[in-house]
Design a binder for this molecule. Structure first.
Ligand code: CP
Length: 320
């Protein structure tokens, strides 16, 4: 891979004070961040200690493997300290209001990385924090995941030109972030799932308009075969996201016809990749054969969380 392939190659800081949703980044900033992440991946030493003597805090209301590990490791490899508050300590706002938490944390830390149930909690932290607040997943968006996903897509295909990806499953936070990022990068996306479980109308409308401005499309497709046919990437996620566990049985029935298996993958492009943000439930949204196949890039996505988070922290905390 040519390290200059992710044009533009500059390392500007970001205009946005916080990273709560994908659209907080301009098109140029998104492409630059992906370029920086890729350069960090191939030259990890290039960013060592670039956040020396800095500190970040991770406030997580929900469990995490990938997001927690990669932010902690990213901080360590950049020379910064990461302090983690366990989700078992309760939700933000329970013991004291988010506006007070933010005004404590910003006296000690250079960034607040938060995983919340309510997106409003993140907005409250951001409203009161003088340091960047980064969305490590909310009920609405998972923008850090989308950064790693599009870094993975770009690595695999060498370009974002003439690509269409299919997202099959729940119209959740991952789907929303994929739609926004795809639209900004000019990648077309087909979103497919059972009636009543599609992406939010407001997010769909905005992402569709952004895609149109970039010569791409956001389509909601009912038929899984139509969505996946000739797609370059087939993406799915668990049918029941964290916080929706009381609907698990209802969702198993509703999503039964939407499993990604060999028969579905056969419809995609010959060089199509299979993507999943993980954790996955084999035998539900994806067959064991597909997630273990050569087409599967799920562990590349997981690795790329680290490189994307390093780039994000450098650009948000250091401005470089
Ligand atoms: N994909 C993802 O966010 O994984 P974790 O929930 O383990 O952080």
């Amino acid at each position: 891979m040519n390290i200059h392939a992710f044009a533009p190659a500059s390392r500007p800081g970001l205009e946005t004070a916080h990273f709560l949703r994908d659209s907080d980044l301009s098109d140029h900033e998104l492409r630059s961040l992906l370029e920086v992440a890729y350069q960090i991946k191939i030259e990890p030493e290039s960013c060592r200690d670039s956040l020396k003597h800095r500190a970040i805090v991770l406030m997580f209301e929900k469990p995490s493997l990938r997001t927690r590990m990669t932010f902690e490791l990213a901080a360590a490899q950049l020379g910064a300290l990461a302090v983690f508050q366990d989700h078992r300590d309760g939700r933000i706002g329970e013991r004291e209001p988010a506006r007070d938490i933010a005004r404590n944390l910003d006296r000690w830390f250079d960034a607040i990385v938060a995983r919340t149930y309510s997106h409003r909690t993140l907005e409250q932290l951001a409203q009161w924090s003088s340091v960047p607040v980064i969305n490590a997943l909310s009920e609405s968006y998972h923008p850090c995941q989308a950064l790693a996903d599009f870094l993975t897509i770009r690595e695999r295909f060498g370009s974002f030109e003439d690509l269409r990806i299919a997202y099959v499953g729940d119209g959740n936070n991952v789907a929303h972030s994929l739609m926004y990022c795809a639209a900004q990068l000019g990648v077309s996306i087909s979103v497919c799932g059972p009636p009543g479980f599609g992406p939010r109308e407001a997010d769909l409308a905005v992402a569709t308009a952004v895609a149109e401005a970039h010569g791409s499309t956001v389509d909601v497709v009912a038929d899984i075969r139509e969505a996946v046919r000739d797609a370059a990437a087939v993406y799915t996620d668990v049918w029941t996201s964290m916080g929706w566990e009381d609907e698990t049985q209802q969702r198993r029935i509703a999503f039964d016809a939407y499993q990604i298996n060999d028969a579905v993958m056969t419809l995609a492009r010959e060089d199509a990749i299979f993507m999943h943000c993980l954790p996955a439930l084999r035998g539900q949204e994806v067959s064991d054969a597909v997630i273990e196949s050569d087409r599967s890039v799920v562990f590349d996505q997981a690795e790329n969380r680290l490189h994307a988070h390093k780039a994000l922290l450098m650009m948000m905390v250091n401005g470089a």
